[in-house]
Ligand binder design. Structure first.
Ligand code: ADP
Length: 533
């Protein structure tokens, strides 16, 4: 006996058969009708629609056969799918491939077999339509053509099944997507770009707007916006008319009764079948998030304020004691007062930082910017951080400040707040420098129209994983930083916001192990006349 060879495309063949999803499904009249016809037409014991599935043949339709499947190893059909022609075995006992086949030597005692391969959509073969009989036979040319014609009918039934399946899958997909649309807790609308008419809206949007669906779908996008903002928002809407998702943005929607609520909008433009441009908009009501943020910063502000007043008094008193204002302190008491004073200073820094940040985030920090020369500001920053650096055995070096042409620059800044930013960069640089290290400060033009102040240290540098978070609140590269170096992790977050308020930037370059260079950039407002002119 010869077991059937494996088709060259077996893996893809099997995968396509799996996708058909037909194996192990119940019998169907559309297939049975054909096998009954074949059985009668060829006057045979057996007619099958046989599918070759892994190591078995499984019969989608069977006449004259009790079993539902048989091993592929001993199957006739396993051979028949190796070619696109009808395979005919006139007398199995005379055929070296089958003479000792258990189907031949035992029931159903097959002597004659003819199988026409069944092709799937790709042309790969799923199995056969076959007929078998317990006596030898020889098909005429016309009968072979008939068998092929019946196999074609089976193939058509297979495709029809395929199409039904695809249709059902498409319907199921549509049903699921519809449910997603309807059940989404976030408002969704489909808007025509040109007319700005709402084409679709879901229940969440109707609820947010406190509007019936019918009335909502009569509205245009601008009718969802407060009148005062329509002009600006329509400019923004026009920018959404390019394909794909756009960065999310915050806005405000208005209900018919005039109440408004804050929203976060995600928008994507796509072309509709009819050639029109449509925008899908996800409209998330963010009132509760806004309220939580407001409460949080209000709480923070209150707490900080309530702490600051008594703390100022405590720090002041400790300062007086430490400075000898009430006479020399007993030797054992001195280090205690010193430690208490240092800690009260630290708490003051923290509270001031927290208050600053809260004001910045609430948009309540008002800067007093004016156009002024940069050089004196840099000199002052160096002067006021010198002693701190010195304590850490670090030298602060300003590189040829007054020689540099950039040093004649005029900038539009709040002097006090710029000192705060520079102080943060200089003290960080000193803090993270090795003892005996040098911190350098210089100015140059980063690009025309801009002035850049750089602060370079010889510290450990910034680890790549930390770079993205460096300017976030309360972040320190290493939790031991707080203990070793002090600091709140707020300095850079504040610096970034302050620089933004001064229309500038803060950034850094750093090589791990080779130090960091932090810089700020400001728009150039002109040059100071050289002295003596
Ligand atoms: P902090 O008050 O903790 O210094 P910052 O926001 O100023 O807060 O800095 C945040 C963190 O960034 C620091 O704790 C440190 O991990 C890292 N960092 C800042 N500047 C430097 C620097 N020059 N060298 C190495 N790491 C730095």
């Amino acid at each position: 006996m010869k077991a059937p060879a494996e088709p060259f495309d077996e893996v893809l063949r099997q995968r396509e058969l799996d996708l058909l999803g037909i194996v192990d499904t119940p019998a169907e009249e559309r297939f049975d009708r054909i096998t009954r016809l074949a059985q009668r037409l060829f006057d045979v014991d057996i007619a099958l629609v046989s599918l070759i599935d892994h190591d078995r043949q499984w019969w989608k339709s069977r006449q004259g056969m009790f079993d539902t499947q048989a091993p592929r190893m001993t199957s006739f059909c396993g051979h028949a799918i190796l070619s696109s022609e009808v395979m005919e075995v006139s007398d199995a006992l005379q055929d070296p491939r089958f003479h000792d086949n258990p189907q031949v030597t035992g029931p159903p005692h097959v002597r004659f077999y003819a199988g026409a391969p069944l092709h799937m959509l790709s042309g790969r073969r799923a199995g056969t339509l076959c007929v078998a009989h317990s006596e030898p036979r020889q098909l005429t040319e016309a009968q072979r053509a008939d068998l092929r014609a019946l196999a074609d009918l089976v193939e058509e039934a297979l495709y029809a099944r395929d199409r039904d399946l695809l249709k059902r899958q498409a319907e199921e997909r549509e049903r699921l997507l519809n449910a997603l649309f309807e059940l989404s807790p976030i408002g969704i609308a489909l808007i025509d770009v040109d007319t700005r008419q709402l084409l679709e809206a879901n229940a969440a949007l109707a609820e947010q707007q406190q509007e019936g669906m019918g009335a909502l779908l009569k509205q245009t996008y601008e009718e969802l916006l407060p009148v005062s903002q329509r002009g600006l928002e329509l400019v923004r809407f026009a920018r959404l008319a390019t394909p794909g998702w756009h960065p999310p943005f915050e806005s405000e929607f208005e209900r018919r009764d005039g109440t408004t609520y804050p929203v976060q909008i995600y928008a994507a433009m796509m072309m509709a079948r009819n050639g029109r441009r449509n925008i899908w908009m996800l409209v998330e009501d963010i009132s509760s998030r806004r309220e939580a943020e407001r409460l949080k910063s209000e709480f923070l502000a209150t707490v900080s304020h309530e702490l600051r007043t008594p703390l100022t008094a405590i720090a002041g008193t400790l300062g007086l004691l430490r400075g000898g204002a009430v006479g020399a302190l007993p030797v054992p008491v001195l280090p205690l007062v010193e430690a208490a004073w240092e800690n009260s200073q630290r708490l003051q820094y923290l509270i001031n930082d927290l208050l600053d940040l809260e004001r910045l985030e609430a948009g309540r920090m008002h800067l007093q910017s004016s156009v002024q020369p940069l050089l004196p500001l840099l000199e002052e920053a160096c002067r006021s951080n010198e002693s701190y650096a010195h304590q850490l055995d670090v030298t602060l070096k300003a590189l040829d400040l007054d020689q540099s042409p950039a040093a004649m620059a005029l900038v539009n800044v709040d002097a006090h707040r710029l000192q705060q930013v520079l102080g943060n960069l200089l003290s960080n640089a000193a803090k993270f420098s090795p003892p005996g290290g040098e911190v350098r400060l210089w100015v140059d033009h980063s690009e025309p129209g801009w002035i850049r102040v750089s602060v370079q240290d010889q510290g450990p540098g910034i680890t790549p994983g930390f770079r993205d978070r460096l300017f976030d609140k309360f972040t320190q590269a290493d939790s031991s930083d707080r203990r070793r170096h002090g600091g709140t992790g707020l300095g850079l977050a504040i610096s970034r916001q302050l620089m933004m308020l001064m229309d500038g930037y803060v950034g850094f370059e750093s090589e791990l192990g080779a130090g960091s260079t932090f810089w700020i950039e400001l728009p150039l407002q002109g040059h100071q006349a050289a002295s003596g002119e």
